[in-house]
Design a protein around this ligand. Sequence first.
Ligand SMILES: *Cc1c(COP(=O)(O)O)cnc(C)c1O
Length: 448
Amino acid sequence: MTAGPGGYHAGMDDPGTDDRRRRVPRTDVVLADPRLADAVRRLGRDLVKSLVAAAQDRARAGEVAPESVADTVVAALPAAACGMRPVINATGVLLHTNLGRAALSPAARDALLAASGTTDVELDLRTGARGRRGRTALDALAAAVPAAQAVHVVNNNAAALVLAATALAAGREIVISRGELVEIGDGFRIPDLLTSTGARLREVGTTNRTGLADYAAAVGPDTGFVLKVHPSNFRVTGFTSAVGIAGLAGLGVTVVGDIGSGLLAPEPLLSEEPAAASWLAAGAGLVTASGDKLLGGPQCGLLLGRAEIVERLRRHPLARALRVDKLTLAALEATLRGPATPTYRFLHADPAELRDRAARLAARLRAEGIEATAVASEATVGGGGAPGVPLPSAAVALPHPLAERLRLGTPAVLARVQRERCLLDLRAVPPEDDAAVAEAVREATRAG
Ligand SMILES: *Cc1c(COP(=O)(O)O)cnc(C)c1O
């Protein structure tokens, strides 16, 4: 027997059972409670009614007092109609796939909201006729990469690759180095993705070394394109060699480059990460990239390249199945035109400032009797790119059991658990969230 919110303990065999059952309020009476009327407007009638029914059942079972039914429902109301919960990313992994990769900039969030009603996404308001879908977003992307003659946007980078393989190589061969047969994550592999389109893979070279002669020997009338995939989540070191885009461009066939991370222009901090502009300038006919990795935007796949190639992809029937919605286009445009993204800010955070923040946070918590220490830490870009590039960072170390309680709190805080310590790495925490982190730690300490 569970005690209800009012500590009501009566059991089914209580002589008052019938009386209690009679006293359980009717659904319309419960729903008339102003707090629940408001919840119906926010969350929808069905959801609130199902919580009322559950609370009535508990009252009938004697788990809550009949007069507490409305309170029980209010206590069970979710914060929003959507079950996805905000999480403060204190893992030190800048782009955490399980946390939805890039956090959007305030400008991109505003754009999402503005686009969520009816918009002119595919209408020319001057003429009243149909317009090019998402033209302002596409213009922003084209402006960001002048080396691209044309651009297109699909659902993600995997979709971009599928579209390229289908439109340019179905029934033909994609020539690719054995060193670039990459698993992206969660068991998904680029070679499987490519062959699912009906294209055949022509693997060349070896895991560690592939030369231009390997490609040259494989290229022929059956070649759809040569594909270069950036190893964005692993590194091969030692006795290695690979052929750059410029070398491949001399083969006389279309070169498609998957840069993965979505850097449009080179980023000095991540010298190993290719940029779309560089690969296009080196002769790639088409470059594909993710929108929600280092670009710091919404999930989408960017296709940039020569006009005739992009046009072929855009006109392919499959393009319709991979097209992005107005929300994505809005967020992408604001990411491209707007202020620095959170991802950019995290990447460029000053380590001295991170140490200051960690010291301040730890001191504040210690003053409240919480065992907290500021420690040096190492952050990483994460699944989004730059494997093996450590980013100096700072963290607040807490007793290990707090990690779970922080994860279960509101807002949830995801820490890094390392050597029996719970580390709150501040690199991917916006400074304006420090107070919320402190409050979450207090809350988690109390929960212990
Ligand atoms: C991340 C990545 C992908 C997959 O991109 P999604 O946008 O997640 O579909 C493909 N190729 C490379 C090289 C990547 O790094």
